[in-house]
Design a protein around this ligand. Structure first.
Ligand SMILES: Nc1nc2c(ncn2[C@@H]2O[C@H](COP(=O)(O)OP(=O)(O)OP(=O)(O)O)[C@@H](O)[C@H]2O)c(=O)[nH]1
Ligand SMILES: [Mg+2]
Length: 322
């Protein structure tokens, strides 16, 4: 209200000044006058609808915000991502997620990503943006997306970005530690199932590439030799009804690929955590509604490719859920 009054009196003063100095007002000043007039207009009542459409996330609940690449099946094809896993693209996802964690420090202490998705867990004690769901979700999705594009050339050096990628987002509340841990376990089990299937599938179709990081820290992809590649349809038929051990056998006995030697990053996904001591539980409370002003360079985040299904990880790192 104070702002509007000041603005209105500012307009009034400006108009008075112009009249005294005999300055002729042109179209743009008229617009200024009109837009200031609108602040107290009869139309302003519609603002009341905004609050009713802006849900507040329940206090003391964990919030999982998951971003997911839109039609990445097509996007990965258009940009020739290697199959089944393109380490460059996965590393870019990690970079974009790190930007989100730094930007929202210290409200997000843990995030998990695989394939074209990343989940961010907002601390139960965070009061960032008054826990407004629209604000949090839209900012996380846009920070992630812009960072993905911003860092593209760092990871996919020789690949021209042909069109802007998009990510969708959803926001889900979980009432206790059990549910939020189960949520992350669910995403990791999903990673394991999909990766085992995809790796076997692409061995059968002959599209599998192994991945190595050379002494210059460059990622190198080596195509497999498969003299009798199957069509997608035939590979699908071959895999239907198979269990985990059958897939291991197909890969190892028929194609010489030992799944156990695949990178942990591919098998387990990427877990980002604020380092112990940098999680600043007290900061979460102090920073409350506003983002922290800590220099992003000083925020320490670790990327781990470990098993979160085992309860020992959660016992050893309980600070992440405080
Ligand atoms: N080649 C390759 N493709 C990848 C990689 N990571 C993700 N993808 C692709 O991204 C897709 C992600 O799956 P979804 O999110 O279910 O499918 P989507 O096409 O993004 O569809 P929507 O999310 O519903 O828009 C995978 O099916 C792959 O096609 C990668 O490292 N290499
Ligand atoms: Mg997707």
């Amino acid at each position: 209200m104070l702002k509007k009054l000041n603005l209105t009196s500012l307009t009034f003063n400006l108009l008075n000044y112009c009249a005294k100095k005999k300055i002729k007002l042109n179209g743009s000043t008229s617009f200024f006058h009109l837009s200031c007039g609108m602040a107290n207009s009869k139309f302003e009542y519609v603002r009341g609808f905004e609050d009713a459409s802006d849900p507040i996330l329940l206090k003391n609940c964990f919030v999982a915000i998951r971003v997911d690449g839109q039609r990445f099946h097509q996007f990965s094809k258009a940009h020739n991502f290697y199959k089944p896993n393109d380490k460059r693209a996965l590393d870019l996802m990690v970079e974009a997620a790190t930007s989100v964690m730094k930007s929202f420090y210290p409200s997000i202490k843990i995030a998990y990503g695989q394939s074209d998705e990343f989940s961010f867990i907002v601390s139960r004690s965070s009061d960032l943006y008054n826990r407004r769901a629209n604000k949090l979700l839209s900012l996380i999705v846009s920070t992630f997306t812009s960072s993905y594009v911003f860092h593209w050339s760092k990871y996919l050096k020789d690949v021209v970005l042909k069109y802007p990628p998009a990510f969708d987002g959803r926001c889900v509340m979980y009432p206790s530690e059990k549910e939020i841990i189960d949520y992350l376990k669910w995403r990791q089990v999903d990673c394991h199932i999909n990766n085992l299937y995809n790796t076997t599938f692409y061995c059968l179709t002959g599209e599998y590439h192994s991945c190595e990081v050379n002494e210059n820290n460059e990622t190198v992809f080596i195509p497999m030799q498969n003299p009798k590649p199957l069509s997608n349809f035939d590979a699908q038929v071959r895999l239907s009804g198979t269990v985990s051990s059958n897939k291991h056998d197909i890969m190892f006995l028929e194609h010489g690929v030992n799944y156990n030697n695949e990178r942990e990053q591919f098998k387990k996904g990427s877990l980002l955590i604020l380092e112990r001591g940098d999680d600043s539980t007290s900061n979460v409370k102090k920073s409350s509604k506003k983002k922290s002003t800590k220099d992003p360079e000083d925020i320490k985040i670790s990327c781990l490719n470990i098993d979160v299904v085992k309860s020992s990880f959660w016992e050893d790192n309980s600070y992440l859920l405080e």
